[in-house]
Ligand binder design. Structure first.
Ligand SMILES: [Zn+2]
Length: 299
């Protein structure tokens, strides 16, 4: 509709006659500004129409869903008053915020020199003067005596829930670790790895002798009796699901979680558990960190 039509038509649609000029002038002064005001109001109403997703529209898009999820925690109860949901590695998402610690925060920073927090990894060898006292398990394997009671309690509790965990590796001597490492080197060479790359590659799955936690006597490999393969299929077994949920209650942590290999230097191992003691295991579990991250900045 152009301006000329507006000036010659009345609202009722009849053509203007008689006092033409004065009426036209009146129309220009009153009718045109009123029309413009109506148009402006119409634009405002359309522009401020509420977002359907914010009104609980059932046809939420993925973006809307994530937006709502991000908003939810603001209205949830204080997590520090609740026992946290167990964290399994496959629940960890990149960039996700770790849940708040469930118990009281540590009174002090973790002591990295304490026997239960000794860091042994590809960059930190077993201390040269390291000594330990061993307790032999029923199957002939041994562990550091200081973690034995909690290990036994964890195994008993897992079995009481109708499951069948099997400890397939525990304390290893330097000689035994060297043998395992050499076996892995030979396996990779048979697959075509060059001599130059094979040591680094082997170290990703079998710790270089002197850098294995098993030499501490504080690490155990536990599998489900129904699946004794040391691969990622372990994480789906009933035993691993139970252990990932409860191990921290007995002072153990899943030492090489998924998504942490760049930090630990070891592939994801949903069967390798390390004893760190009750207080630190609870903290590590609650924070959703690996041991290396936990010990960052430790005294
Ligand atoms: Zn292991």
């Amino acid at each position: 509709m152009n301006q000329r039509e507006l000036t010659v038509r009345r609202p009722g649609g009849q053509r203007a006659r008689g006092c033409g000029r004065r009426q036209n002038a009146l129309l220009r002064r009153c009718f045109l500004p009123a029309t413009a005001l109506c148009l402006l109001l119409a634009v405002c109403v359309v522009g401020f129409k509420p977002d359907a997703s914010a009104q609980g529209d059932k046809t939420l898009t993925a973006e809307n869903t994530s937006y709502r999820a991000n908003v939810l925690p603001q209205t949830e109860p204080n997590f520090s008053l609740l026992v946290p949901e167990p964290i399994t590695d496959d629940q960890q998402q990149p960039g996700s915020v770790p849940p708040a610690a469930s118990g009281s925060p540590r009174a002090s920073a973790p002591d990295k020199d304490s026997w239960n927090l000794i860091l042994v990894n590809p960059w930190n060898s077993l201390p040269a003067d390291y000594t330990l006292s061993l307790t032999e398990l029923k199957n002939g394997l041994s562990v550091d005596s200081r973690c034995y009671p909690d290990l036994q309690a964890m195994m008993d509790a897992c079995r009481a829930d109708g499951l069948s965990p099997v400890i397939c590796s525990a304390y290893r001597t330097q000689e035994y670790q060297e043998k395992l490492f050499q076996n892995e080197v030979s396996r990779l060479i048979a697959q075509g790895y060059s001599e130059a790359d094979v040591a680094v590659e082997a170290g990703k799955s079998v710790a270089v002798p002197g850098t294995s936690e098993h030499q501490l006597g504080l690490a155990v490999d536990i599998v489900d009796i129904n699946n004794q393969h040391l691969d990622e299929s372990q994480e789906s077994t009933a035993v691993q699901k139970w252990l990932m949920e409860h191990c921290w209650e007995y002072g153990f942590i899943l030492r090489y979680p998924n998504e942490k290999s760049e930090i630990t230097g070891i592939i994801y191992e949903p069967w390798h558990y390390r004893y760190v003691g009750h207080e630190d295991a609870e903290q590590i579990h609650s924070l959703g960190v690996c041991l290396e991250e936990y010990l960052e900045g430790a005294s």
